[in-house]
Design a protein around this ligand. Structure first.
Ligand code: APR
Length: 229
């Protein structure tokens, strides 16, 4: 089976009603990254950080996967599909994708602040100040904040280097190391970038840019790939 690796960003979930970060009206226009998405913010204003992610989580429960998520799940009928997502939502999983690697963590999970390996599914949307792990330390959102290491980047690099076909969907390619993954895909591999604001990426060969929203562009490309088989 041919291996399709798909790198997704906030744009793939935009049509599900989840705000992107850097578009006009995006989350980083309403909130300062330094106030809510750094370890420093956690140390100095834990309540605000907890509330920011609680609101994101609450909203996620009201959202559903869109046509792009479903089309990617459909692709598994004939391809070995590996999703690498920068998103912390669970919409790929809910649409039926079976292999999803989260680079920036998972919104519905929380973890211990003294032992990174103690990770829990949060029941419901609300994390509270005072919610602790078994070792007695405050639980934090299981997300990668700016300035923190990205533990899953190594497997993501390996997967990207082994792709037969590569897709990039709905990301501004602004945030590293995720933005550098395209550079690990061999030159001869066909690559597709689906983003209404997408453009050529310097130094990347064999790249087809599809300037469409994910909800239209992804099902169309998936149909083509399934017909080619
Ligand atoms: N379909 C496809 N792409 C879309 C759509 C849509 N309907 N709507 C917007 N986009 C595109 C935008 O054109 C933009 O290129 O989605 C991209 C969103 O970019 P960002 O907001 O920068 O999101 P992303 O690239 O995922 O951000 C990376 O930054 O803040 C951090 O941790 C956060 O994982 C996130 C990382």
């Amino acid at each position: 089976m041919k291996k399709i690796v798909v790198l997704t960003g906030a744009g793939v979930s935009a049509e599900s009603g989840i705000k992107t970060f850097r578009d006009s009206g995006g989350l980083w226009e309403e909130h300062n990254i330094e106030d809510v998405a750094t370890y420093d913010a956690w140390l100095h204003n834990q309540e605000l950080v907890i509330e920011f992610y609680n609101q994101r989580r609450k909203q996620l429960y009201e959202c559903s996967p869109n046509a792009a998520h479903y089309a990617l799940a459909e692709l598994e009928k004939q391809y070995d599909v590996q999703i690498i997502t920068q998103n912390i939502d669970d919409l790929h999983e809910r649409a039926g994708s079976s292999k999803v690697l989260h680079l920036h963590g998972e919104l519905k999970k929380v973890r211990s602040t003294i032992d990174n390996s103690m990770i829990y599914e949060l029941e419901g949307w609300e994390l509270k100040s005072g919610d602790c792990c078994e070792k007695g330390s405050q639980l934090r959102p299981h997300v990668v904040w700016f300035g923190e290491k990205v533990p899953n980047i190594l497997p993501a690099v390996q997967l990207s280097s082994k792709a037969d076909i590569y897709m990039v969907i709905g990301t501004s390619l602004n945030v590293y190391p995720a933005a550098g993954l395209l550079g690990n895909v061999p030159n001869h591999v066909p690559k597709y970038l689906i983003d209404p604001n997408g453009s050529e990426v310097s130094g990347i060969k064999n790249l087809t840019v599809i300037k469409e929203k994910a909800g239209k562009g992804v099902p169309e490309l998936v149909k083509k790939l399934l017909e080619e088989k």
